[in-house]
Design a protein around this ligand. Sequence first.
Ligand code: MN
Length: 240
Amino acid sequence: MKPVLFISDLHLSPERSAVNRLFHVFLNGPARAAEALYVLGDLFDSWAGDDDLDDPFNREMVAALGQLTGHGVVLYVMHGNRDLLMGERFAAACRAVLLPDPTLTHVCRVPTLLMHGDTLCTDDAAYQAFRAQVRDPAFQAAFLAKPLAERKAFIGQLRSRSEAEKGQKPAEIMDVNPGAVEAELRRHGFPRLIHGHTHRPARHLHDLEGRCCERWVLPDWYERGGYLACDEGGWRLVAL
Ligand code: MN
């Protein structure tokens, strides 16, 4: 059995060439040997709309993903908070399957809930209000109707503001809320949960009504990279 791999929070951007090189190594190595690759959000540091597919950096990355699917690896992509505007043209360009957040599926015969993870950070009320606004279809349609250059400038401003605010927020509110995690596990029938977003890679166990649910948190790719793998040998986090 070929392994199934999970990654998230690569935040690919032309400014971080070491990570981009690592991503190519990953795609040509472990990912190429996999049955399927799940990207659980924030593949790109920003995505202004699918009309930005002609940007040289985006084109290079999408071509690399297309090579992977050309080798028969099934590619699933979920939106994160940074790349929520990736759409059907992006998906078609690399033959990816876009996944809704959350998605309940079977991985290695185990019921598994896939999420980006930001919806679990319910203690950050300001972020949740912002998320509701940018996920609103009418808001997105109006935003995508603006010229590409204007959208990119707006995203750039948003980015600097969010970096400044992050320094002000206590570390706890940037993590998942245990109650929110448990509510999702209950609602979906006590599956295994895999998510990213918090950049706190770990394996957690949640005891709920006598059921033990495993929760894997994926690593980010800021300092280094990593992935979660599942095969007949079990589940493991692998650092790159
Ligand atoms: Mn995120």
